[in-house]
Design a protein around this ligand. Structure first.
Ligand SMILES: Nc1nc2c(ncn2[C@@H]2O[C@H](COP(=O)(O)OP(=O)(O)OP(=O)(O)O)[C@@H](O)[C@H]2O)c(=O)[nH]1
Ligand SMILES: [Mg+2]
Length: 337
């Protein structure tokens, strides 16, 4: 995935996070350019529902739209089981490569999560950028994070996602301090250096996150006499709209997946006694990787420590029960179920 960024001519606009104690900027970016075209690949395993898969793929295409990426082709493969080396059969890989060339797509996006070696093999076989669901979600998270807390969490998740993918094909760009020049690191030695730097950065970010977590815990303690209500639910279900209505605040709901990433806490209007504090936070989605949930644990503490959860469901979606199940399962995962 990373190797091909160069082909896109991507210059990262994201300002990398700078740890307080850091002398150099480490910039391990997953970013790919907007306006890109993608082929979406899905696999139907024996016993699975084709209708559900159709919905999952439509959802993945919405995620891509959020990034400005257009799905120009879809391919579905029916398989008994997934192959460990590249997930789908090699004949299908060639077929996808040809479809991508024909449609001018530089991205191949898989509906499920792939292992590091699977991504590498697929990239080697196609010469294209391969992304999986978590990669897409991470990219959205990283574009939508605003607060230090969300940015720190996203960067940890992103580095953890990239670590197993840093191999021979790995190209990394490092924005030089001040100059903005791009450097390319190559070879096993460079990769080892990159890996070490990524691990060091993770541990620095985790320390920062712990500090933020303590500050947030102190803030919550000072609000211990107030009633805390957390709005939860599937992404794009209307959580921020409800928050806006109940608190009469100037926040702007958006028809976008993961528009909200940072937790905001506001008082219900008109005021009540005791005061009721409402929090709006990141939404959930199916097949959210455990490590991603884990990385957002600090944000989700607002949810796990709430007195009441307000679960928002968009019932205009035909299979809204699925969304309810996903939300309940993530809530159980973070100990708030
Ligand atoms: N028709 C209709 N649209 C709604 C309703 N509630 C929200 N919306 C629209 O649905 C879209 C998503 O609303 P948000 O409130 O941003 O949803 P969210 O759950 O906060 O979404 P994320 O933060 O992205 O997870 C927006 O375009 C809203 O205007 C509703 O009750 N009816
Ligand atoms: Mg929202």
């Amino acid at each position: 995935m990373i190797r091909c960024y160069e082909d896109f001519g991507v210059i990262h606009e994201n300002v990398p996070l700078k740890a307080k104690d850091e002398g150099v900027e480490d910039n391990f970016e997953l970013v790919f350019s907007s306006q890109e075209k993608a082929i979406v690949v899905s696999v139907l395993l024996q016993g699975e529902s084709g209708e559900r898969l159709e919905e999952e793929v439509a959802e993945l295409e919405s995620l891509l739209r959020t990034l400005g990426v257009q799905a120009v082709g879809r391919t579905l493969q029916k398989r008994q089981k997934l192959t460990p080396n590249c997930y789908i059969g090699s004949g299908k890989v060639q077929e996808i490569k040809e479809l991508a060339l024909q449609k001018g797509a530089k991205l191949i996006v898989f509906d499920r999560n792939l292992s590091g070696p699977q991504v590498r093999n697929l990239e080697e076989m196609t010469g294209l950028v391969v992304l999986d669901r978590t990669g897409v979600i991470l990219e959205i998270f990283s574009r939508h994070a605003r607060t230090n807390q969300a940015k720190t969490q996203v960067e940890i998740a992103r580095l953890e996602y990239l670590l197993p993918r840093m191999t021979g094909a790995w190209t990394h760009f490092q924005r030089q301090r001040g100059g903005g020049a791009l450097q390319r690191g190559m070879g096993e030695k460079q990769i080892e250096i990159d890996r070490r730097r990524a691990r060091d950065r993770i541990s620095r970010l985790q320390k920062q996150l712990e500090q933020i977590r303590k500050e947030k815990a102190t803030q919550r303690k000072s609000r211990s006499n107030e009633l805390k209500v957390a709005i939860v639910g599937y992404t794009n279900s209307g959580k921020t709209t409800l928050m806006k209505g109940l608190t009469k605040s100037q926040i702007a709901p958006k028809d976008e997946l993961f528009a909200t990433l940072d937790t905001s806490v506001k008082t219900i209007d008109p005021r009540t006694r005791p005061k009721i504090l409402l929090s709006d936070t990141v939404g959930f989605i199916r097949n959210l990787s455990h490590s991603l949930i884990e990385s957002f644990r600090t944000t989700l503490e607002e949810v796990s420590e709430a007195d009441l959860l307000l679960h928002v469901v968009d019932v205009s979606y035909a299979h809204y029960e699925d969304h309810i199940k996903v939300t309940n399962s993530v809530l159980a995962d973070i100990g708030a179920g």
